[in-house]
Structure formats: C-alpha cells, structure tokens
Design a protein around this ligand. Structure first.
Ligand code: FAD
Length: 433
C-alpha cells in the first residue's frame, strides 16, 4: 500500500452525493479519510436526478470512476435530434391544438433550452450503487449519527455520535444534507441559518412506464425532457432507466405552511395531485393519471431566506446541501455538490497543506471560493421556479422573457471551467498560507 500523502485525517459526515464523492476523491488522492453515515447503509430514494455540463465536468475532475459510474446509468433524451436539449418548454395550461387527448402531443413546444450535454437523467439509487463500488472497504462507518464535535487539548477534533461512540480527526467536513447537524453546531441551534425554510412549493414525484407515457402524450414528449409550465404549478418529465421509465416531478405553489417539518416528505395521492393541477391541459393531466395512487410529496425547503455568512469555522466546514441547500428548479444542487468536492479535494491535496493552521486556511479558502456562486444558485433557482409558473417579477407569462431568463441563468451554471476553478482556489490558498 502507498504511504498516505498527508499526516492529517479527514472526517466526512454524511454519505449522500457530496459525502460519497468526497470520500472517493480524497481516498484516490491518498488522503486519509473516514466517512460517517447515520443510516445502516448508503441509500438514495428511487427518483431521478439530472446533471448539467458543469456537473459532468466536475465528475471528471474528481475521479474518472465517478464519471464512468454516471455514464453507465445515465439516460439521455431518446431522440438523436434532441441530444443537446435540456428541456422543451410547453404551455402546460393550454388545451393544445388537437381535439383528442390521444393526440395531445401536438400541443406546441413554446421554446427549447439546450446545452452541451443535453438532459442527462439518472435513477438516484442506481447512480449511488455504482458510486459505492468506488468506496474502498473500511473507510465507511454506518449507524453513526453525529451529535457533536469538540476540540481536544492536542488539537484533534472529537466526533461524538448518537450511539455513544467517539472518533477523532483533524478536519471535519459536514456533508450531512439540508438538515445538517454540523451546520447547527457551527452557527448555534437557535441561529436563523441553522435550519432550512419552506419555499412554499411542494412536488409530487412519480415514475411511470414509458410505453404508457407514450400512449398518453405521444413519443416526442414522453421520450424527451419536457417542462410543462402553468400558473402556480409546473411539471417536468424526463426519461430514466435507459428510457424504460418516465420520471415526473409536479410542483405546486401554496400559501400554506408545511406541517410535517422536520420531515420533508409525506404520503400524498394521485387524486390530490389532480386537484392541484385542475385546469391544466391534457398532457399534464394524462401523465398524472398514470402515476401510482399513492405518491410521495416532497417539500421544497432551501437556505435562501437565511444564507450562511460562512461555510467554515476553524477546521470544520460544510459542503453540498449542508452549505447551500437549494430548491431544484435549476436541476443543479447535486452538480454543485460535485463542484464542492472538486474544489475541496484540490485544496486538501495541495502539497503545502500540512498543519492544523494550514487546514483552517484550506476551509477558509473553500468558503471564499464557493459561497458566492452556490448562494447565487439558491436565489436563482427560486427565480426560475417562479418563471416556470409565470410569476417572476418583470417576466410574468412572457415566454420570450422566460426563455431569456433561463438561458442567462443556466449559462452561469454551465459555462465554467472546473479545472480552472480548482486552480483559482489553489492560488487563493497560496495567498493565505
Ligand atoms: P444528502 O443527499 O441529503 O445526503 C446527506 C447524508 O447525510 C444522508 O445520507 C444522511 O443520512 C446523512 N446524515 C444527515 N445527518 C447526519 C448526521 N447527523 N450524522 C451522520 N450522517 C448524517 N440536483 C441536481 O443536481 N439535479 C436534479 O435534477 C435535482 N433534482 C432534485 C429534485 C428534488 C425534488 C430535490 C428535493 C432536490 C433535487 N436536487 C437535484 C438536489 C439534490 O438532490 C441535492 O442537492 C443533493 O442530493 C444533496 O446531496 P448531499 O450529499 O449534500 O445531501
């Protein structure tokens, strides 16, 4: 075995996309790392998640195996003419040009948003299964719910878990998601940014067999990614599972509070979804009718109301949703987890980083380099979510303005050079060391 490149040990708390990719990347670069996950095993829900050009580039920068895992399970738009299409946008509220629901795919596409990778959907659980193969045995510890982090006299950080056990590390990265315990520890439990807040949107999530979806809305709309816009609700669909399944996420805006917090999901029904989308056109209604009778409803919370003033404190820092949980309207939250991993790994790997003080500089640099972009995403995601529902200020139902707003904002997300991002971070670090 190669001797570790570093004398310090990294503790990663949380085994979602942010934590697993960070553990894989650090281990690959010969940096000692342990991952602590509260659940008894790695696990993701059976829903779809898509990745844009920046996310795919970040995968390659982190570890070729992460990119290969993604390629193995990724499903693109089915039509070769739509390989660069991110979404076709439709007026989901219109009744379409056809008289028969069977022909509702004639409902016109209002505009198309494209990028260099097009739509790339993966089934979350399948992607995670592939990623786990890259996590070497022995570096993951399960049933480890972090409660507290304290500093010992010798400067080591002591992680305290709910089962009464403890472990030590030199640096702690909280990848523990939207309800992050590490965030609470950093800012204090009563601080406004300790917890996420409700965006007053929730989403029904469903997976339907592709043959049924084609029958309902026609081949073009079923086999390629679509965004059905409407007032106070929008529904996006994209193929997953190599085109055998259509992933549906149907968002509804509500003035009501989310009664189930801290639970972010609840059981809903197809009937309820159909009520929320009453008045929508045949494409939306016909697809909703194909979902299971019982549907998962996801509350959309984010950190947009009370953004963190820093992602790091001493040798503890936050990455992924723990730092910048966003609503999903840009489809970029997980992609930004990968960007975080790329930058953090580049900084921790730097040959000059040796001492505890150096590690503080690493995390301080990470905060400096990542906070503005990631917090912009949180706000921008809220804005585009409102664009899809014709309620964004100065945009309304003007499709040309909606298209311009999305193109401009998606450009900021997609048009980045991840290797340069890492290089810039290393230069920032050099100024601090
Ligand atoms: P998580 O996946 O939440 O992982 C956190 C992990 O930490 C969990 O395994 C948890 O068990 C563990 N944990 C929590 N607390 C503790 C503790 N105290 N001790 C130990 N372990 C702990 N992003 C995209 O890029 N594209 C999309 O298409 C997209 N679609 C989305 C659709 C919806 C409806 C939603 C809600 C989000 C979507 N996102 C999307 C965002 C994306 O899902 C998240 O940004 C991403 O999954 C966050 O990963 P994470 O690793 O930071 O957190």
């Amino acid at each position: 075995m190669t001797a570790p490149k570093k004398d310090f040990h990294v503790a990663v708390v949380g085994g979602g996309i942010a934590g697993v990719t960070l553990a894989i990347t650090l281990h690959d670069r010969n940096i000692p790392v342990t991952l602590y996950e509260q659940a008894h095993a790695f696990g993701e829900v059976g829903a779809g998640v898509s990745f844009g050009p920046n996310a795919v580039a970040a995968m390659k920068t982190c570890h070729q195996g992460i990119f290969e895992a993604f390629e193995k399970v990724c499903t693109r738009n089915m039509w070769s003419s739509k390989q660069n299409v991110w979404f076709d946008y439709l007026d989901g509220h219109s009744m379409g040009t056809s008289t028969s629901a069977q022909n509702s795919s004639r409902q016109e596409i209002a505009f198309t948003i494209s990028n260099s990778t097009g739509q790339t959907g993966v089934h979350r659980a399948h992607f995670l299964d592939e990623l786990i193969r890259l996590v070497p045995e022995g570096i993951s510890h399960f049933n480890k719910r972090l409660n507290d982090v304290t500093e010992r006299e010798d400067g080591k950080l002591v992680l305290k878990f709910a089962d009464g056990s403890e472990d030590v590390a030199d640096v702690v990265i909280g990848c523990d998601g939207i309800k992050s315990r590490v965030r609470q520890l950093m800012v204090g439990e009563d601080h406004p940014s300790a917890n996420p807040t409700y965006t007053h949107k929730y989403a029904y999530r469903g997976l339907i067999p592709m043959d049924k979806a084609i029958e309902a809305v026609g081949e073009e709309l079923a086999s390629n990614s679509c965004m059905h816009m409407g007032p106070g609700g929008h529904m996006l669909t994209f193929p997953v599972n190599q085109g055998k399944t259509l992933n549906i996420v149907a968002f509804h805006t509500t003035p009501d509070e989310w009664a189930d917090y801290p639970r972010l999901t609840r059981q809903g029904t197809r009937e309820e979804a159909l009520r929320d989308f009453d008045g929508y056109g045949p494409n939306v209604i016909n697809l909703l009718k194909l979902t299971d009778e019982e549907l998962n409803v996801w509350a959309i919370f984010d950190l947009g109301e009370h953004p963190l003033s820093t992602f790091s404190k001493g040798r503890v820092c936050l990455s992924g949703d723990a730092a910048h949980a966003t609503s999903p309207h840009h489809g970029a939250g997980a992609g930004f987890c990968l960007e975080d991993t790329a930058v953090l790994a580049a900084l921790l790997e730097d040959d000059r980083v040796k001492t505890h003080k150096d590690l503080e500089h690493v995390l301080d640099t990470f905060d400096f380099c990542r906070r503005e972009r990631t917090q912009w995403l949180v706000q921008s995601s809220r804005i585009v979510g409102d664009c899809y529902e014709w309620q964004a200020e100065g945009v309304g139902r003007d499709f040309q303005k909606i298209e311009e707003a999305i193109n401009y904002r998606n450009g900021i997300i997609a048009n980045v050079d991840i290797n340069q991002m890492c290089e810039d971070a290393r230069q920032q670090l050099a100024q601090r060391l």
